[in-house]
Write a protein that binds this ligand. Structure first.
Ligand code: NDP
Ligand SMILES: O=C(O)C1=N[C@H](C(=O)O)C[C@H](O)C1
Length: 278
């Protein structure tokens, strides 16, 4: 397979950096030496491995993108930016006919889906790229479709803990709540408990010190109305490395879509990627 040119957007952010470093070590990809960044970023360049990556602010990117696409034909974008950037970035990719993986959470998700469906290139959008969590999500979706109302009358409590700088409520938690509600709970997204205080994370939850700055710990608790039954689902992720393999599978999945079909379907999730087995 020829190397896929990969443009990782969101540098110098935390997840984008791990993706870019991992892409440099992965012979399936060529890292494109440009990255979309935020308007406030003062850095002009960052170094990843031996590669110098030029950062492009929203006000600069239109002038540069044609040259980038000419130099890196077949380029695929990976977006780990900011919830406030999701919709504009998606429109940018669609306008320039760039297939993309949207790992960034937040924004207007319905508008995001419409943007992709009205475009001409495929995209994978998922609030969680960790394959094991995607699998768990698929199992819950299966359960919700097969046994709707199974937990009717049960109460649901949702707690998610992330690094203090996380801008939004966990997109993963929101996606799982949708399954639990189909299973019969009546839970409002605004009742998700966001834990962002490092002291609480360390002392009450037991998040290891070295991961206070980068973790995603989630617990969903279902209780029977009379208190006689309790079910709990927990997934605790330390660090961010786990998101790399799924993201890169999504890129290869998109490349296969482009090579093999006429894009009847443009919008894909990580469950599609996992199901494809590629
Ligand atoms: N799907 C998944 O599996 C996962 C998703 N995520 C999601 O990825 C996103 C990024 O997380 P994380 O790296 O921790 O966040 P960070 O805040 O560390 O990084 C985000 C970066 O994006 C930059 N940015 C802001 N606006 C734009 C813009 N318009 N275009 C491009 N870049 C921009 C920020 O710049 P500035 O600092 O100036 O704002 C910052 O450098 C979050 O939404 C998070 O929830 C995280 C992990 C896994
Ligand atoms: O910001 C993060 O860190 C994460 N964001 C995603 C989310 O909002 O669910 C995925 C994971 O929890 C890490």
């Amino acid at each position: 397979m020829n190397c896929i040119p990969l443009m990782i957007n969101g540098l110098p952010g935390n997840v984008a950096r791990i993706m870019a470093e991992s892409a440099c070590q992965d012979e399936r990809f060529t890292l494109v030496p440009f990255s979309l960044t935020g308007e406030e970023i003062t850095l002009g360049q960052v170094s990843v491995d031996q590669t110098k990556i030029t950062l492009l602010k929203p006000s600069e990117r239109e002038n540069k993108i044609h040259e980038i696409l000419e130099s890196y034909p077949g380029c695929i974008c990976v977006d780990y930016t900011h919830p406030t950037a999701v919709n504009d970035n998606a429109k940018f990719y669609v306008t320039h006919k760039i297939p993309f993986v949207m790992g960034t959470t937040g924004g207007d998700r319905q508008e995001l889906e419409r943007t992709v469906k009205n475009g001409s290139m495929p995209a994978v959008i998922a609030p969680n790229m960790a394959k094991q969590i995607v699998g768990l999500q698929a199992m819950l979706e299966y359960g919700a479709n097969a046994f709707p109302g199974l937990f009717k009358g049960f109460t649901l409590q949702v707690k998610e803990s992330h690094q203090q700088g996380k801008a939004d409520t966990s997109g993963t938690a929101k996606a799982l709540v949708a399954c639990f509600n189909q299973l019969g709970t009546d839970f409002n997204l605004s009742d998700i408990e966001k834990i962002r205080d490092p002291k609480t994370q360390k002392e009450n939850l037991g998040v290891p010190e070295e991961y206070i700055g980068g973790h995603g710990w989630h617990t969903y608790t279902l209780k029977a109305p009379d208190g006689s039954a309790l079910f709990e689902l927990t997934h605790n992720i330390n660090g961010r490395q786990i998101y790399v393999a799924g993201t890169f599978d999504a890129v290869v999945f998109l490349k296969n879509q482009i090579d093999t079909n006429a894009f009847e379907q443009k919008l894909f999730t990580m469950i599609d990627v996992l199901t494809s087995g590629k």
